[in-house]
Design a protein around this ligand. Structure first.
Ligand code: ADP
Length: 187
């Protein structure tokens, strides 16, 4: 079982690349954002708690997302591997993920980090707002809050994964196929 992390700011193209990787490698794509949005749509207790946080562009608490990831791993024993998208987003999440995998005799293979500047991210999310109708994509202030949250809380993970030689960067700017070719080369 292989575990990969797709890393980068909101709007970096992690979800788009994950779909292409699933088609080619038969991995399971696990997006904590998608899982949370599905809880919101189903109006579960978890979804009700997460809704306001997500719509304001703030992070959902670590224990909630860690539990979601753990059940994804345990409920899919026969897949070739996992692509985590949007997880981990804090150092606490990364530490808990390591423990979770260690308990199961596994580890993270690689962290694939999509490099793209804030201005491009902002433009991409504004464009996505016209297509996907996500509340957290609609307001410039919310988009900016998510970008700031990424810099403060998620970016420190770069150091965390560099320390164990698992961190790999690719240029996240360009055409989708062009970026996918970079991903394939790295894998
Ligand atoms: P994007 O990549 O555009 O930020 P996501 O779908 O990954 O979109 O995340 C949407 C929102 O869901 C985040 O802004 C956050 O509120 C919540 N979320 C997703 N993943 C996590 C996580 N690992 N930890 C905490 N909150 C999360």
């Amino acid at each position: 079982m292989k575990y990969y992390i797709l890393f980068g700011p909101p709007g970096a193209g992690k979800g788009t690349q994950a779909k292409l990787m699933v088609d080619k490698y038969n991995f399971r794509h696990v997006s904590t954002g998608d899982l949370l949005r599905s809880e919101i749509a189903k109006e579960t207790e978890l979804g009700k708690k997460a809704k306001a946080l997500i719509e304001a562009g703030n992070l959902v608490d670590d224990s909630t997302v860690v539990k979601m990831i753990e059940s994804e791993i345990d409920n899919n024993p026969s897949v070739k591997g996992f692509l985590f998208d949007g997880f981990p987003r804090t150092t606490a999440q990364a530490e808990q993920l390591d423990k979770m995998l260690e308990k199961r005799g596994n580890k993270i293979e690689k962290v694939i980090s999509f490099i793209i500047d804030d201005k491009k991210v902002f433009e991409r999310i504004k464009h996505r707002a016209e297509i996907e109708n996500r509340k957290d994509d609609a307001e410039p202030a919310t988009i900016q809050n998510r970008i700031n949250t990424y810099h403060c809380k998620t970016e420190p993970l770069i150091g965390y994964y560099k320390k164990c030689d698992k961190y790999f960067e690719i240029n996240g700017d360009g055409e989708i196929d062009e970026i996918f070719a970079r991903v394939i080369k790295l894998l």
